[in-house]
Design a protein around this ligand. Structure first.
Ligand code: NDP
Ligand code: MG
Ligand code: MG
Length: 331
């Protein structure tokens, strides 16, 4: 079992007396900044004018342009969308950093794929909570936390690892445990997970199941319940206790069918294609495709999104969810 770090492992108060700028006030930005402020740290927000800037002010933060916040800060956490980070870094962050400052990330994409190359006299680290921002904030407020990964890419001052661990403590993560990783490992595994299993794999599995039932003449509403709605119940059980708890809770009929038909659907060639996906991530081919599309105004991204939004399962689901107001209540 890999080493897990807790509160008692954070022996150096490396953020004490340091000015922190959180760049971006979205999902991750609001959670990092509010948790660190509650932890007693000196936090300001760097952001463009707009909705998030207004929200940060409402929440009582001092709000500056990205350039100005960077200028004032010792530690700069960059939590704007991955595809925008390189441009904002070049224009507003890099020119305002001083030797010995630290920059930080919630995901290793831009450092790992080389779209941001920090100066050699800057510390570079990552703290990536393993959950969406609202959960990071909500668990912290309850006295708990979401676990996180941390990594050091560049240690110019000799303090980078202490600062990273102090940050992990400030967002609360050492209450429950943090794991050390590298930018390479975090970036490649995060992209693989979301593409092959969590997002890409799951949506396309659900969609294929829905189409199979509908094409065979079953009612789309029934198909929706069977392949999408009930997925949450199954995933919740796996989340609580692994495959074992899920299989213990379902009927023997369902468990027997799992063993018989799962391998017929997820055949060995699916794993071969997962390896192809991983290769595209490792070689940078995926990152290049994403970055090039962003630079062109996201034509492929918008076309793929429009195509998926038009799928029958979305229209059927929107109607059925009106019967189930509870699906949008906070658990
Ligand atoms: P969001 O899209 O939720 O928030 C982005 C924020 O950046 C918004 O406040 C937005 O403000 C601001 N912003 C966008 N463009 C600019 C700009 N050009 N200049 C200044 N501010 C800008 O991002 P996430 O929190 O989802 O992602 C941030 C980072 O965290 C990414 O690296 C991501 O990979 C990582 N991460 C995200 C997780 C998640 O669950 N969402 C989980 C773990 C890591 P505005 O309102 O004006 O658009
Ligand atoms: Mg991700
Ligand atoms: Mg059933």
């Amino acid at each position: 079992m890999t080493k897990v770090y807790y509160d008692q492992d954070v022996t150096v108060k490396a953020l004490e007396g340091k000015k922190i700028a959180v760049i971006g006030y979205g999902s991750q930005g609001h959670a990092h900044s509010q948790n660190l402020r509650d932890n007693g740290n000196d936090v300001i927000i760097g952001i463009r004018a707009g909705k998030s800037a207004d929200k940060a002010k409402e929440d009582g933060f001092e709000v500056f342009s990205v350039a100005e916040a960077t200028k004032q800060a010792d530690v700069v956490m960059i939590l704007i969308p991955d595809e925008q980070q390189a441009d904002v870094y070049a224009a507003e962050i890099a020119p305002n950093l001083e030797a010995g400052n630290a920059i930080a990330f919630g995901h290793g994409f831009n450092i790992h794929f080389g779209t941001i190359t920090p100066a050699a006299d800057i510390d570079v680290f990552m703290v990536a909570p393993k959950g969406p921002g609202h959960m990071v904030r909500r668990q912290f407020a309850k006295g708990s936390a979401v676990p996180a990964l941390f990594a050091v890419y560049q240690d110019a001052t000799g303090n980078a690892r202490d600062i990273a661990m102090a940050w992990a403590q400030g967002v609360g993560a050492t209450r429950v445990g943090v794991l050390e990783t590298t930018f390479k490992e975090e970036t490649e595994t995060d992209l693989f997970g979301e593409q092959a299993v969590l997002c890409g794999g799951t949506t396309h599995l659900v969609q294929a199941g829905f189409e199979t039932l509908v094409e065979a003449g079953y009612q789309p509403e029934i198909a929706y319940f069977e392949v999408l709605h009930e997925l949450k119940l199954i995933v919740d059980l796996m989340y609580e206790g692994g495959m074992e708890k899920m299989r213990y809770s379902i009927s023997n009929t369902a468990e027997f069918g799992d063993y018989v038909s799962g391998p017929r659907v997820i055949t060995p060639d699916v794993k071969d294609r997962m390896k192809d996906v991983l290769t595209d991530i490792q070689t940078g081919a995926f990152a290049k495709r994403f970055t090039d599309d962003y630079k062109a105004g996201f034509p492929d991204f918008h076309a793929m999104r429009a195509k998926q939004q038009g799928h029958q399962i979305e229209a059927v689901g929107a109607e059925l969810r009106k019967m189930m107001p509870f699906v949008n209540e906070q658990q």
